[in-house]
Design a protein around this ligand. Sequence first.
Ligand code: FAD
Length: 412
Amino acid sequence: MDALNALPAIEALPLYGGRKASASLDIIVVGAGLGGLSTAFCLAQAGHNVAVVEATTSLGEVGAGIQISPNVTRLLFRWGLKDELTKVVVEPSGVSFRRYLTGELVGRTLWGNRMLQDHDAPYYHIHRADYQQLLYRLVKPWIKVHWNSRVTFADPTHISITLQNGETLVADMIIGADGIKSKLRETVAGCTGRPVPTGDAAYRAVIPTEQMHNDPDLKHLVDETEMAIWMGPKKHVVGYCLRAKKEYNLVMLHPDEHTGQASSESWTAEASVEQMRNEFVGWEPRVQKLLGMVKSTLNWKLLDRDPLDRWVHENGRIALMGDACHPMLPYRAQGAAMATEDAITLGVLFSHITDRTQIGPLLHAYQRLRHARATTCQLDSRMNQRNYHLEDGPEQEARDAAMREVMSIELL
Ligand code: FAD
């Protein structure tokens, strides 16, 4: 770790200072997801030559919403995206938790100005396609993207990757941002196993709010801009507004084995709307009405992995980030958020590099800085699977009573 001693203490590093490293590295980032694009931007801003290698032929723009919490909006503002973001996001006023059969409110937390007061940054809801486009436009001038370039092999001895067309690319350092089914993870940590199904799947749909305005039961969901969560046994439904409140995003979490047709691991696989509605028969009228407006739906199998001890290859030149090393259930809405925090950490650390011998120590410093927080998020997300999906009975009643007590001040 001697090379690290030449660097300023980690606590003294600016969160994002636009500082340029005195040694410029050739870096390959594998994957152009939200994590890979953010990493490419941060490393390019730190003065490095970055190439992104992506298996698909263009940006994977999935028709679904995503939540971005203040730990991320704060960073996106520093990257100069404030104005662009405000054009496409919705700022939710808070979140409400309801019982699935009656719609009775058991908890409400107000966000809005409080987010700014407590965290100095807002909470946003955004369409995934808009978010990915924004990041891509931001990073495009600084990097080279190799589309349609699936990595089939990573060679830790020569710090190279081989693409499916046989081409080999060499770099000083490689970052695996290739998602939950990461190829680079096999190289870095020797894990050849597949991700573990969590027993849950997520139906996803976006509906126009035009129809909701005409229904007095649904109008307030748009007017109040509050994220709504209905909790029931083994299932929950999340709804929130997108794109200047013109669209409403629905996520319907349900047990995977009950779908009849196996849910797909792809993020673009269409599923049966009728089957989706059948999963939520008997839920309170607003849920029935919302699902009645859905014209088409995707069904995502929710996969997971146990926390990984090693994010950095023993040669100190290849590392993982985002879902490649810490995939998590979406029940805390922090998967992409953790990937963004990984990206800024890499960017800040590598803005201080002065020679190549520091690559290994800096990658290990990155893992040390990020591992505990990302692992906690992974495990807490699993805990929420249980909390949200309690069966009817004493445990569920105790959960609701606790929520009423904790959040009572904010109930209307
Ligand atoms: P990915 O987005 O999976 O990107 C990996 C990229 O690598 C892809 O483009 C892929 O094509 C490419 N790739 C893969 N293999 C190769 C290869 N061999 N060669 C080249 N390229 C390759 N997170 C939040 O923060 N907030 C939310 O509200 C939220 N909601 C969610 C809702 C659901 C239902 C789900 C399932 C997840 C949610 N998440 C949320 C989590 C978030 O989507 C992920 O954590 C995030 O997208 C991970 O980004 P990534 O870049 O690490 O991986």
